[in-house]
Design a protein around this ligand. Structure first.
Ligand code: NAD
Ligand code: UFG
Length: 336
């Protein structure tokens, strides 16, 4: 079965393409390369011995979308393409709404025109408000705190509206918690441009000597060790979650929402220690003020994905850190 994977050369998209190929699906990748490199294709090929068709282009290009859906006889779409930097979304909200919301609308219009009924969308735990104690299930009230999070929620809502208007559609939102880790081969991983915003890519650049020291954003939270707690999920588990969702949703009309997380919270110090173990030395760190907008602690209730999709995260934070370290140490400057 042929699947259009938008954003397929990005971090999560590339790992999902590998697992799609390994499990017998046929991904066709569309990516504008705004935040990824074409050399990712060579890595997918090295791992799977298959080079998926790749089109450089933008999801907002309606005629291109229709052409790809028709020419490749696409049966379902996994939609990763989007911008994801929270701070940038605050500074450039129109760019985020245009890319993430308008882009998704153009994609869905193309799907409607070409009779493609199944969509799996990259949403985020950031759509939830902070009014509920963790773990968060899919019924936690939504209340995103920034334009990035609102762009994700808007697309969720558009997908729900579309299934009301056309009950034959199958629209699935996957709400990721904190995706980290890398392919166990060390051939693929996260390759952020500039200074990483997120904990794991920053830590791994400290480990490889590209950054001096990790700044721990606050140690006075109401958590067991005072540092922020999150639900880290290995990107390979996340990729499998997409395939489980696709297998379930294709042919099962309606609007479906699943949390994809491990169900466990880990602190910044837990991750620092696990990474130190993986790379064989204690990593330099300094205490810094809290980062504005950060919550103390949240993690997923992933039981809906388990009971409905039969999916659960299997990898530990040690796996996440070992695989990230293998990728970072073999590719200190990321993809060529
Ligand atoms: P990424 O930036 O590595 O991948 C996104 C890909 O989409 C990139 O290759 C980029 O070039 C491409 N892209 C962006 N806009 C495009 C457009 N208009 N047309 C075509 N291609 C476009 O990010 P990622 O971490 O792999 O995230 C994938 C998706 O998952 C994103 O939608 C992101 O918002 C969502 N998500 C990510 C996280 C996370 O922490 N990584 C958490 C929750 C949700
Ligand atoms: N942290 C540090 N130092 C750093 C970076 C992060 O101490 O240099 C801390 C943060 O304060 C937080 C934890 O590490 O306690 C995790 O921070 P990340 O930036 O890695 O992740 P967030 O939970 O803030 O946000 C991420 C993505 C969002 C996404 C969200 C989903 O950045 O895009 O997960 O829950 F929406």
């Amino acid at each position: 079965m042929k699947i259009l994977v938008t954003g397929g050369t990005g971090y999560i998209g590339s790992h999902t393409c590998v697992q799609l190929i390994e499990q017998g699906w046929q991904p066709v990748i569309l990516d504008s390369l705004v935040n990824s490199k074409a050399s990712v294709l060579g890595r997918i090929e090295q791992i799977t011995k298959h080079r998926p068709p790749f089109i450089v282009g933008d999801v907002r290009d309606a005629s291109l979308i229709e052409k790809i859906l028709a020419e490749h006889k696409i049966e379902a779409v996994i939609h990763f393409a989007g911008l994801k930097a929270v701070g940038e979304s605050v500074a450039q909200p129109l760019r985020y709404y245009d890319n993430n919301v308008h882009g998704s609308v153009v994609l869905m219009q193309g799907m409607q025109k070409c009779g493609v009924k199944t969509l799996v969308f990259s949403s985020s735990a950031t759509v939830y408000g902070n009014s509920s104690a963790p773990p968060w299930n899919e019924q936690v009230p939504t209340s995103p705190a920034n334009p990035y999070g609102r762009s994700k929620l808007m697309v969720d809502q558009i997908m729900a509206d579309l299934t009301l208007a056309d009950p034959t559609c199958s629209m699935t939102s996957l709400r990721y918690f904190n995706p980290v880790g890398a392919h166990p081969s060390g051939q693929m991983g996260e390759d952020p441009q500039g200074i990483p915003n997120n904990l794991m890519p920053f830590l791994s650049q400290v480990a490889v000597g590209r950054r001096e020291s990790l700044h721990i954003y606050g140690n006075d939270y109401d958590t067991p060790d005072g540092t922020g707690v999150r639900d880290y999920i290995h990107v390979s588990d996340l990729a499998n979650g997409h395939i489980a969702a696709l297998a379930y949703a294709h042919g099962c009309a309606g609007h479906h929402v699943f949390n994809l997380g491990s169900g466990h919270g880990h602190s910044v110090l837990d991750m620092l220690n696990a990474f130190g173990k993986a790379c064989g030395r204690q990593l330099p760190h300094t205490l810094a003020p809290r980062r504005p907008g950060d919550l103390a602690a949240y993690w997923a209730d992933p039981s809906h994905a388990l009971s409905t999709l039969g999916w659960h995260a299997e990898k530990t934070i040690d796996d996440m850190c070992q695989d990230t370290w293998r990728w970072q140490s073999q590719n200190p400057n990321g993809y060529p």
